[in-house]
Design a protein around this ligand. Structure first.
Ligand code: PAF
Length: 286
């Protein structure tokens, strides 16, 4: 496995392979890789001839009061996981190479970025959109894989790849969960043992919402109440949002007619957990 740090070397590597008609796959990450990333890498491996994983803790997607400095970093273990999974290149650019003095451009996808996570983290999605666009420009992949865990991020990347005609196929892969249902995330290491026990409550609330829809509840505010009631059973948790949304636009629905995505964010101590669940109304109930 090659480790590439230079931006120019990364593009040169990809361009050479593209000229040889090799399909280049790409999994962008911020490191602290877990089994969710492993599943993305495995899915990518099946779809491409050459595979790049980037490891870059992108400073521009963290707010001033967020966890950039203490974001988990485990580069040795990350490289080992990549080696095990047959990754061809680990791309590890530095922040100064990605954002040299004079860097000005910001990519925004306003309609998707301002809701939900965007309300709690106002600069987050501009940072994500800008770095993903830049990484695509450097890696020049044919396809790029993202996890459904960050549903809004995946929707935003899809939109920007389409709007800017980036020529990259965006593939979104299902959430990988712990046995008790907690969605895997690099930030789960922040949870204390007590918090870890409570953390799957968010998923339980989404499951209760999905169950209500499958049983015929179409009124989104009734579904929200069902989800909120589950979270309320654990006083240590506070709801940021529990919403019933259109799966493509992420706009809140008032009535569920066919498909919805349930988006949730809760606070547990200083930690914020996010999760989501797609639900389809059974044919007989539509
Ligand atoms: O999901 C992530 O790890 C990051 O937001 C991404 C897509 C690598 C951009 O920094």
């Amino acid at each position: 496995m090659k480790i590439i740090r230079s931006l120019g070397a990364m593009t040169a590597w990809s361009e050479r392979l593209r000229r040889e008609r090799v399909t280049v796959g790409f999994v962008p990450t911020m490191g602290a890789l877990h089994d969710g990333h492993r599943a993305l890498i495995r899915a990518a491996r099946l779809r491409c001839d050459a595979l790049v994983v980037s490891i870059f803790v992108n400073p521009t997607q963290f707010g001033p009061a967020e966890d950039l400095a203490k974001y988990p970093r485990s580069i040795g273990k990350d490289r080992e996981l990549c080696r095990q999974e047959g990754v061809d290149v680990c791309f590890e650019p530095s922040a100064s190479a990605m954002y040299p003095a004079g860097f000005q451009t910001v990519v925004t996808v306003p309609a998707i970025a301002t809701r939900w996570e965007g309300e709690a983290r106002p600069h987050h999605f501009a940072g994500v959109a800008t770095v993903v666009t830049k990484l695509f420009g450097l890696v020049r992949p044919h396809l790029a894989l993202f996890g459904q865990k960050d549903y809004q991020q995946a929707a935003l990347v899809r939109q920007l790849a389409k709007d800017l005609s980036l020529g990259v196929e965006i593939v979104v892969r299902p959430i990988v969960r712990e046995q008790d249902g907690l969605a895997m995330s690099s930030r789960n290491v922040y949870l204390s043992s007590d918090e870890r026990i409570l953390a799957p409550t968010l998923y339980k609330s989404l499951q209760a919402g999905a169950e209500a829809i499958r049983n015929g509840t179409t009124d989104a505010s009734a579904v929200q109440s069902v989800m909120a009631a589950v979270v309320r059973q654990e006083p240590a948790l506070t709801v940021d949002y529990l919403s019933v949304c259109d799966p493509l636009t992420l706009e809140p629905l008032s009535i569920v007619t066919f498909k919805a995505v349930l988006l949730g964010a809760v606070r547990l101590g200083v930690i914020r957990l996010i999760d989501n669940l797609m639900v389809t109304m059974p044919v007989g109930r539509r």
